[in-house]
Design a protein around this ligand. Structure first.
Ligand SMILES: Nc1nc2c(ncn2[C@@H]2O[C@H](COP(=O)(O)OP(=O)(O)O)[C@@H](O)[C@H]2O)c(=O)[nH]1
Ligand SMILES: [Mg+2]
Length: 189
C-alpha cells in the first residue's frame, strides 16, 4: 500500500482507520489482501465476520484496515465499524447491474446514517474492469441509483475503476485516500 508514502510522510505520528464495505462478491477481501501486500494467496474464501490488519509506513503512519463481510446478516453491523472510520472504501462489482442497484441502496443508507462521521471521505471502487461487461462510472452510478445523493453530499468522494485481483487501480486508490487523510486534521485509533 503506497510504499512511497513512508518516505514522504515525515510529520507527526498519525493513525487512521480505513473501513472496506460493499456487497458479498464485489472484491473487498481481494482489495484488502492487495492493500496489505498479500497478492499471492489466490481468490479469497467468503469472509465470515471481518478481516483486520494494521499497515505501518515507517514509524509515523499507521493505517488500520477493516474488511467487513457483505453477507446480508452482516450489513446491520457495518455501522459499528464505519462509526470510527477516517475513510470509507465501498467496493462494487461493476459488471452486475442488478447487484449494483442493491449495492447502491446499501450505500445510500450508509450516507444517510448519522453514525458515519461527517468528514469521512468516500471512495467507491468500481471493480472487475478486466471483464467486458464492466460499466463505466456514469453507467455504474445510474445502476446504483446514487447520482442524486452524490450530487448533494458535501463529503469528499471519488470513483476509481480497478481490477482488484491484479492490483490495478490500487496505487491510485492509496494515493487518493492518503491525500485526504494526511491533508485532514483528524486521525487516531
Ligand atoms: N474478474 C474479476 N474477479 C475479481 C476481481 N476481484 C475479485 N474478484 C473475484 O470476485 C470474487 C469475490 O471476491 P472477494 O474479494 O472474496 O469479494 P468480497 O466478498 O467482497 O470480499 C472472487 O472470486 C474474486 O477472485 C477482479 O478484479 N476481476
Ligand atoms: Mg470478503
Amino acid at each position: 500500500m503506497g510504499a512511497h508514502v513512508s518516505s514522504i510522510w515525515k510529520g507527526e505520528p498519525r493513525k487512521f482507520v480505513l473501513v472496506i464495505v460493499g456487497l458479498a462478491g464485489g472484491g473487498k477481501t481481494t482489495v484488502f489482501n492487495q492493500l496489505r501486500g498479500d497478492d499471492a494467496s489466490g481468490p479469497p474464501e467468503a469472509t465470515v465476520g471481518f478481516n483486520h490488519d494494521i499497515i505501518s509506513f515507517g514509524d509515523n503512519l499507521d493505517i488500520q484496515l477493516w474488511d467487513i463481510s457483505g453477507a446480508s446478516v452482516s450489513i446491520p453491523f457495518w455501522r459499528c465499524f464505519y462509526a470510527d472510520a477516517h475513510a470509507l472504501l465501498f467496493v462494487v462489482d461493476s459488471t452486475d447491474p442488478d447487484r449494483a442497484a442493491t449495492a447502491g441502496g446499501a450505500l445510500i443508507q450508509i450516507l444517510q446514517d448519522p453514525f458515519l462521521p461527517g468528514g469521512c471521505p468516500l471512495l467507491i471502487l468500481s471493480n472487475k474492469h478486466d471483464l467486458d461487461t464492466a460499466m463505466d462510472n456514469s453507467g455504474l452510478t445510474e445502476a446504483m441509483g446514487i447520482e442524486p445523493i452524490l450530487k448533494e453530499t458535501t463529503r469528499e468522494w471519488a470513483i476509481i475503476q480497478c481490477i482488484a485481483q491484479e492490483g490495478i487501480g490500487l496505487e491510485e486508490t492509496t494515493t487518493w485516500l492518503l491525500d485526504r487523510l494526511l491533508g485532514g486534521t483528524y486521525g487516531s485509533f
